[in-house]
Design a protein around this ligand. Structure first.
Ligand SMILES: N=c1c2ncn([C@@H]3O[C@H](COP(=O)(O)OP(=O)(O)OP(=O)(O)O)[C@@H](O)[C@H]3O)c2ncn1[C@@H]1O[C@H](COP(=O)(O)O)[C@@H](O)[C@H]1O
Length: 108
């Protein structure tokens, strides 16, 4: 999966650098960060609704929409894949992340 995501990031970077006729990614970059963030918000809500509806195929599709728009947002904001990967890798070293207040929230 990480290779597909990295590939998508590369395509988005390319679209940011070179305008291409009929490209939805170029359209998003032209519209700017606010539009991209709006789409991230919409797609996030659609993931939640699909998950709540319990149809995994629909949810998986919405997750793909969200991932795509997050990647466009990363490119627009200048956040690299390596940056995110490094944070995920650091977190992977840590276990036992449940905080005490989470436990008491759960119990109450
Ligand atoms: N993964 C995606 C991807 N996921 C979703 N979408 C588009 O995201 C849009 C979301 O649909 P919506 O109905 O929410 O939005 P809309 O009404 O079409 O547009 P808005 O006016 O709301 O912005 C659709 O047009 C989808 O086609 C994507 N568009 C592009 N990609 C990838 O980007 C690559 C380059 O695409 P182009 O930039 O179009 O060449 C493609 O090969 C894909 O790999």
């Amino acid at each position: 999966m990480i290779d597909v995501i990295k590939g998508l990031y590369e395509v988005a970077l390319e679209r940011k650098g070179t305008k291409q006729e009929g490209s939805y990614t170029c359209y998003l970059f032209e519209q700017g960060l606010d539009k991209i963030l709006k789409k991230c918000g919409e797609e996030c809500s659609e993931v939640i609704i699909a998950a709540k509806n319990g149809k995994n195929e629909d949810t998986a599709n919405e997750i793909c929409d969200l991932l795509y728009h997050l990647i466009v947002m990363m490119v627009e904001s200048g956040i690299s894949m390596d940056e995110v990967e490094e944070i995920l890798e650091q977190r992977r070293q840590k276990i036992g992340n449940l905080k005490k207040f989470h436990v008491s929230d759960h119990e109450s």
